[in-house]
Design a protein around this ligand. Structure first.
Ligand code: NDP
Length: 328
């Protein structure tokens, strides 16, 4: 089967030469192990951080090892009594068509109500990020205005829908008219501002007539500054991501004085910091997705070899919704 390893670390933008496609033998299973044929690989912005050797909340991705990544797939052979051939599982098998596991870090999936790929999106790590950020970090209340950037994406799309379910006014920021129309018309946000249209500050002011109480920040830079400019006193910021800076770009905060004047609480967070909350969060998200209360969209690249290009696209906003790679 095939896998993709990190060949070398990017200097500046990610390039195809940073990756290497390899063919490896399917190993013999030991007692207690199972073999999974991956159906989907999740591509996520955090992978950019792992590709670099800079200090972070997690150790860097090792060179010449399978690129890290979340996967869903089907058990095709099992010497583990807890898993049968045909079971669907979510795991971290990385950029690879297959994976061997002792079962410890796998999650068995109910694919009768929810399609397998959704476990990498709204019912997986991105959905959990929105759930945790809104409920635990922002603690958004009914009637408040919540702004979220990268609003059409895997995390942002769920964030705004959860905010609506809590009775908030949900305002998105996204790149392009098509993404913004989707955020309002399909996902049900109250408004969405296209930051590429050239009048972000003006448009965001119009979309937030009574100011902003909570910011869920995914991007940084000018997008974050525009949201800060609209904050009310005692607004909160959940700093989830700074994707505009993942290529090494500097992200100055021009409206820093508003952090003081508006007595803002800013809290960065990593979704894995409270693993004990995941069962509750994922359980709620599963119910909402199965019940059609949370909608989502996917951009699917075909075949493992397409993963590097799809990943580079994700870092430039070419994806529209959750970026996946189909492996079967
Ligand atoms: P998305 O599906 O939202 O895809 C990334 C999007 O970011 C792109 O589609 C694009 O949307 C936007 N983007 C990319 N580059 C830029 C740029 N230079 N300036 C502005 N926007 C840009 O990804 P996810 O939902 O998976 O992740 C969203 C954010 O959440 C990321 O910052 C990620 O790192 C973070 N995250 C943090 C976690 C945590 O634990 N703290 C966990 C999971 C994700 P557009 O076209 O609208 O610009």
């Amino acid at each position: 089967y095939q896998r993709i390893v990190l060949a070398n670390r990017p200097r500046g933008p990610v390039t195809p030469e940073n990756f290497r496609l390899e063919t490896v033998e399917v190993p013999e299973l030991a007692d207690g192990q199972l073999l999974v044929r991956n159906h989907y690989l999740s591509l996520d912005p955090y992978m950019r951080g792992r590709m670099s050797a800079a200090k972070s909340y997690a150790a860097p991705q090792a060179l010449d090892e399978t690129m890290i990544g979340g996967t869903v797939g089907e058990v095709v052979a099992s010497r583990n009594p807890k898993y049968a051939v045909g079971d669907f599982v979510a795991g971290m098998f990385g950029w690879s068509e297959m994976g061997v596991s002792d079962g410890a870090l796998l999650r068995k999936l109910d694919t009768t109500r929810i399609p397998p790929s959704a476990y990498l999106g709204p019912v997986g790590m991105p959905g959990m990020t929105a759930w945790y950020g809104l409920n635990q970090i922002l603690q958004a209340k009914a009637g408040e205005t919540v702004v979220v950037s990268a609003a059409s994406g895997a995390v942002g799309g769920v964030l705004g829908q959860l905010a609506k379910l809590r009775g908030c006014r949900a305002v998105g920021i996204a790149g392009g008219r098509e993404k913004c129309d989707y955020v309002v018309d399909e996902l049900g946000f109250d408004a969405c501002v296209d930051y590429k249209a050239g009048k972000l500050d003006e448009d965001l002011a119009a979309a937030t007539p009574v100011g902003v109480d909570a910011i869920f920040e995914n991007v940084g830079g000018a997008v974050f500054d525009a949201a800060l400019a609209r904050t009310n006193a005692f607004a909160r910021v959940a700093l989830c991501g700074l994707i505009a800076g993942y290529g090494g770009e500097e992200l100055p905060i021009k409206n820093a004085r508003l952090l003081l004047l508006n007595r803002i609480t800013l809290r960065g967070f990593i979704v894995t910091e409270h693993p004990e909350l995941w069962p509750q969060g994922l359980g709620e998200l599963a119910g909402l997705v199965a019940g059609g209360k949370i909608k989502y969209r996917e951009t699917i690249a075909d075949g493992l070899a397409a993963a590097p290009e799809a990943f580079m696209g994700l870092l430039k906003g070419k994806n529209f919704g959750k970026q996946l790679v189909r492996l079967i």
